[in-house]
Design a protein around this ligand. Structure first.
Ligand code: NOJ
Ligand code: MG
Length: 530
């Protein structure tokens, strides 16, 4: 095992800054708003905050289209506001991670403006420019994740440029050493300021095929699936040469103490774990999105955990994610009762967990009427719209949920739970459950850094044990179904006692031996004695 690092024991909390807390009454969340709410995050018990992009941007993709990597967008505040947030976070013992978006810039970035200005521009080769096909058409069949071709034509210079997302998000050319250097310097800029690391956007996209070969047609494509699935992204993502680029990013991180790199990568476990790098010289945590993509079924999840644990390279550290700003919220996907079971799963599995803001109070996706869609993906492929999962944090029961004094940039349901204030005074709330689970996790190293042991279970029950030398082992027993279930403890000779139930405190301290009864939608955390 590697030297133990802060992020192995840490719980990460993702903030979507537009939607966390508005402080200046413009209906958009901002940095001073986050600073104001740090106390809440400390009370919750998380260790590190990851902020989705806060850099200067025309906001076509809400900050994932950057014009200046080293400046704060005025919508979110000033550099002074950032420095204050960083200092305040550190004074509370919270780490701060920024979002690094190296795959593409905004089309308004000075680099692209220069690149586009002429075929002879010294920055022409900073992006991916191609001549039209001999018939004058597209250079190849590559598709944008936001719909349509990934090639946009530039009339003035007579060439196409590649964009994996919006046409206003041209992809950088990572084969160009100048591009590497420029982004490395962006990292150094923020690391010198004292940030603790980065979540890296679409890391598996950075290198594209140098021969620009057509992607193969996907024979299994079905109507209703995301349109870019029509082709298999063989030549556009997860290219072998990407690992050298990732190692380059890691080298920069290693110039600083304890800098954490997390990679955003949507790939099956075997290919995902390659991003730890040969000899672990890749990112520290390639985001594991298994729980975002799985059917909510005990046997499927057991399989997923086994497959992931089995694929991890020696010495690497796992991680788990339940939600993010690109996917429907967990409570919307699996329902409120199972979202509690999911919380117990996330916080007792082996690996660094990431909590998406608002999931800890059980927020569901806001319903966004067609006319009010903001998300560019939601505009081109309505079924994939992401606005619902990005609605403002609900702090209290007031008109705009305590998020802002004005109507927020994105829909915020007018009334009703969940909200933080109400949940803080309710011992049965989702927030109370999250706090108990986080406390239990902190209290016993078996849950933070202990080993993982699957236990035999059938039907809707998921069972596993965590253990660490010198600490009591802990068993997680989850009922993913809506019927009572029993779990037989095969091979476990010791007795235990319940320390958390996802349903109520009525079973606290209950003795367990040989068999456990689980109520519908119940999860139990059981400390094993002896
Ligand atoms: C992944 C980000 O999470 C998503 O929100 C964004 O639209 C794309 N990358 C493009 O940057
Ligand atoms: Mg504001």
């Amino acid at each position: 095992m590697l030297r133990e690092t802060w992020w192995q024991r840490a719980i990460i909390y993702q903030i979507y800054p537009r939607s966390f807390q508005d402080s200046d009454g413009d209906g958009v969340g901002d940095l001073p708003g986050i600073t104001r709410r740090l106390r809440y995050l400390v009370d919750l018990g998380v260790d590190a905050l990851w902020l989705s992009p806060v850099f200067t941007s025309p906001m076509r993709d809400f900050g994932y289209d950057i014009v200046d990597y080293c400046a704060i967008d005025p919508l979110f505040g000033s550099m002074q506001d950032f420095d204050e947030l960083l200092e305040a976070a550190h004074s509370y013992g919270l780490k701060l991670l920024l979002d690094l978006v190296p795959n593409h810039t905004s089309s308004q970035h000075p680099w692209f403006i220069e690149s586009r200005s002429s075929r002879r521009s010294p920055k022409r080769n900073w992006y991916l420019w191609r001549d039209p096909a001999p018939d004058g058409g597209l250079p190849n069949n590559w598709l944008s994740e936001f719909g349509g071709s990934a090639w946009a034509f530039d009339e003035a210079s007579g060439q196409y440029y590649y964009h994996a997302f919006l046409a206003s998000q041209p992809d950088l050319n990572w084969r160009n050493p100048h591009v590497r250097e420029a982004i490395h310097n962006v990292m150094r800029y923020w690391l010198r300021k004292g940030v603790d690391g980065f979540r890296i956007d679409v890391l598996w996209h950075l290198i594209k095929d140098d021969q620009f070969r057509d992607n193969p047609i996907n024979p299994e494509f079905k109507e209703g699936q995301p349109p870019h699935w029509k082709v298999l992204p063989l030549y556009t993502t997860d290219r072998p040469e990407v690992h050298e680029v990732v190692a380059g990013l890691r080298k920069v991180a290693d110039e600083f103490d304890d800098c954490l790199l997390i990679g955003e990568i949507y790939l099956p476990p075997k290919r995902l774990v390659a991003y730890y790098g040969k000899d672990l010289e890749g990112v520290h945590l390639p985001f594991n999105f298994g729980l975002l993509e799985t059917n909510w079924h005990a046997r499927k999840i057991a399989e997923l955990i086994d497959e992931y644990e089995g694929a991890l390279p020696a010495g690497s550290w796992p991680n788990w994610v339940l939600g993010n700003h690109d996917r429907p919220r967990i409570a919307t996907r699996v329902g409120g009762a199972q979202a509690r079971v999911a919380a117990m799963l996330l916080l007792t599995l082996r690996g660094t967990p990431t909590i998406y803001y608002g999931d800890e109070i059980g927020m569901t996706d806001a319903e966004v009427p067609a006319g009010l869609v903001c998300d560019p993906l939601g505009k081109s492929v309505p079924a994939l719209g992401r606005d619902g999962a990005r609605s403002p944090m609900r702090w209290d029961g007031s008109r705009f949920g305590g998020f802002s004094e004005t109507s927020p940039w994105c829909l915020c349901p007018d009334e009703g739970p969940p909200n933080v204030t109400e949940e803080e005074s309710n011992q049965a709330s989702m927030l109370a459950l999250y706090k108990r689970l986080i406390k239990a996790r902190r209290h016993n190293p078996a849950l933070t850094i202990g080993s993982y042991h699957p236990l035999v279970a059938t039907g809707d029950v998921l069972l596993f044990r965590r253990s660490h030398p010198g600490c009591p082992s802990v068993m997680t027993a989850l009922n993913l179904g809506d019927q009572p279930a029993a779990a037989i403890l095969e091979g476990i000779r010791s007795r235990g006692r319940v320390i958390v139930s996802t349903l109520a405190a009525d079973r606290d301290g209950e003795a367990v031996k040989d068999e456990i009864d689980l109520r519908p939608h119940e999860g139990l955390l059981i400390e094993l004695l002896g």
